[in-house]
Design a protein around this ligand. Structure first.
Ligand SMILES: C[S@@+](CC[C@H](N)C(=O)[O-])C[C@H]1O[C@@H](n2cnc3c(N)ncnc32)[C@H](O)[C@@H]1O
Length: 203
């Protein structure tokens, strides 16, 4: 568990969910049988779980995957409009400080799994952090670049066409550790979309 982790959700993610709704879509959709259902959102490596609460409050059914659960704020529960469920395997949708927690040698595996578990027409939101860390320093957190995400996600597996980046932006608000020594925001938020025809539709 990341004991020094933030105790409140990252405002960059909150702003993304609010202001990029036109890209991400609604948390409630119709399935193939025209039944209304909540979309699922996975938060792998969620730490304390504060972003999970945020996701559920927006109406998604949030799925949590965390190696160490002792200090989680969460239990299986209904929060706001959506629910929270613990899972063992990655599904996908929000990456905040998980990519940087994994050894760089695991990045191809991360990208492949994200791609496999991302529903057709699903979105992956990546908060790119820490972009301003010296790449020669040992992690975790390991330094990341926007190019690292692009390189791995767009080449995720031979048979899987990777998701496409729809937008990448400088957040207006983020946690303080997302700023460099001059106070300039170094974090980026990228939204990726999987739209391949052959992939089974899931929510
Ligand atoms: C840097 S923390 C970030 C936590 C959270 N995403 C946040 O931004 O506050 C990384 C988290 O990933 C978890 N983690 C690392 N490797 C993992 C793995 N293979 N499976 C599940 N969780 C993992 C760690 O326990 C830690 O809580």
């Amino acid at each position: 568990m990341w004991k020094d982790g933030p105790r409140f959700p990252n405002p960059a993610l909150e702003d993304t969910l609010i202001h990029r709704h036109s890209i991400i879509g609604d948390p409630i959709v119709e399935d193939a049988q025209a039944n209304r259902c909540r979309r699922k959102a996975l938060v792998p490596g969620c730490g304390r779980g504060v972003d999970v609460l945020l996701i559920a409050s927006f109406g998604y059914n949030a799925y949590v995957e965390e190696a160490r659960t002792s200090d989680l704020y969460l239990s299986n529960q209904a929060v706001g409009r959506g629910s929270i469920t613990f899972v063992q395997a990655m599904r996908s949708s929000l990456d905040r400080q998980f990519f940087c927690a994994l050894s760089p040698s695991l990045r191809p595996e991360w990208a492949l799994r994200q791609t496999q578990l991302l529903a057709s027409n699903g979105h992956l939101i990546c908060l790119e952090y820490p972009r301003h860390r010296d790449a020669s320093e040992m992690g975790p957190p390991w330094a990341v670049s926007s190019e690292d995400y692009r390189e791995h996600l767009t080449h995720a597996g031979e048979k899987n066409s990777g998701p496409q980046q729809q937008i990448r932006m400088v957040p207006d608000r983020t946690h303080e550790n997302g700023r460099d020594a001059n106070g300039i925001v170094q974090d980026r938020v990228a939204i990726w979309h999987r739209c391949d025809e052959g992939h089974r539709k899931r929510y």
